[in-house]
Design a protein around this ligand. Sequence first.
Ligand code: CAA
Length: 457
Amino acid sequence: WPKDVGILAMEVYFPAQYVDQTDLEKYNNVEAGKYTVGLGQTHMGFCSVQEDINSLCLTVVQRLMERTQLPWDSVGRLEVGTETIIDKSKAVKTVLMELFQDSGNTDIEGIDTTNACYGGTASLFNAANWMESSYWDGRYALVVCGDIAVYPNGNARPTGGAGAVAMLIGPKAPLALEQGLRGTHMENAYDFYKPNLASEYPMVDGKLSIQCYLRALDRCYASYRQKIQKQWKQAGIDRPFTLDDLQYMIFHTPFCKMVQKSLARLMFNDFLSSSGDTQTLYQGLEAFRELKLEDTYTNKDLDKALLKASLDMFNKKTKASLYLSTHNGNMYTSSLYGCLASLLSHHSAQDLAGSRIGAFSYGSGLAASLFSFRVSQDASPGSPLDTLVSSISDLPKRLASRKRMSPEEFTEIMNQREQFYHKVNFSPPGDTNNLFPGTWYLERVDEMHRRKYARRP
Ligand code: CAA
């Protein structure tokens, strides 16, 4: 099989407008700091009515292909992960085939995968599995994940966002998926789901969703550790795996505070499986040694002690990965991969070379996996790693170029999205100059629900 299958190139798309979370706190009449400190969110990106999941994915794929300058017929598989469903049958992938039309390349496997925020990871696994199978024909795979995360008025609304990430998958990748190392946990839960097909909004049990996320994290970490320790044992290494073995750790990010607590939670897992002589590593945690993981999801004293004990680790391993999430909000399937892009945009190729990046993917309902990337050793100028890192480095500048909208304007656009959802025989109103140059947008929905897209020059 090909060696080091993983991510060769990445492209990130987010909307050209945002609402400031401080403004939103005032507008929603909640205490100052609830969204900015309590949830850890500073800005939230949102889409105009001219954008839908197809347009987001069209834009991010086209941009990736233009930047890498690869011929369209060099792609043999295209997977889409999304939970933004506008058609119960027709895949986003089929709309993306429009981009390949001129090349004549129709021999492209893959369709859409859906389970809340996990679809992007399932797509990545599918692409890698294909490449390591007898069906691989030597061409690249593209993995696209994207979502429009919107909630009705209420306490979940500030945890929205929108965006898409496209990844070029191939062998000899600077970010190679570590073989045999996936810890997965799946169960049946009603924490966040979308039964109402006439609305963009999900049903959410916020508190339950946090517990489900943390439980899945515990289980995935246990399973990942078991697998890597088994691999180590076969190589003659007999010691427990801890967070020290991950130079960076990224998470699906519904809101940033959740991620800080999640890293802390992994430290708690390490602490509980450590022997008593490691007190200096886990200061302030000894009082919690007798607790069982599953009894601690709402323990505020433990939360506090863990956040304190893990602060340095958080700053070193995870904080940089939250840049896009802090400024743009939740991107559902693309959230984890936006974190990866943020991490790359805040480190040099030299910093990253040779490191292991842990990744936790969570999709409500629920499906979750913890897996890891091994970063290539070669960080020399022009190396695949250097090229990948350089291509993402303009992320903060691009975010800073977005337009700030007032909470009133944001609410008006949310209302319009409600009003126009699944409307037929109409062209979405709005000025396409408000979109970033090169953005695809929805031009028209005809009386048969057929959607037509155009691209802003
Ligand atoms: N200053 C500082 N902090 C403040 C504050 C203030 N003035 N006011 C409140 N806070 C803190 C609270 O103490 C709380 O922090 P702790 O949990 O650490 O105590 C935090 O701000 C949030 O406050 P609440 O718990 O009161 O918030 P809420 O109940 O109104 O809503 C939420 C929070 C449940 C996350 C809600 O926004 C929601 O339902 N969001 C959508 C669901 C979600 O994101 N779930 C996450 C896991 S599921 C998942 O990951 C899948 C996915 O993508 C959706």
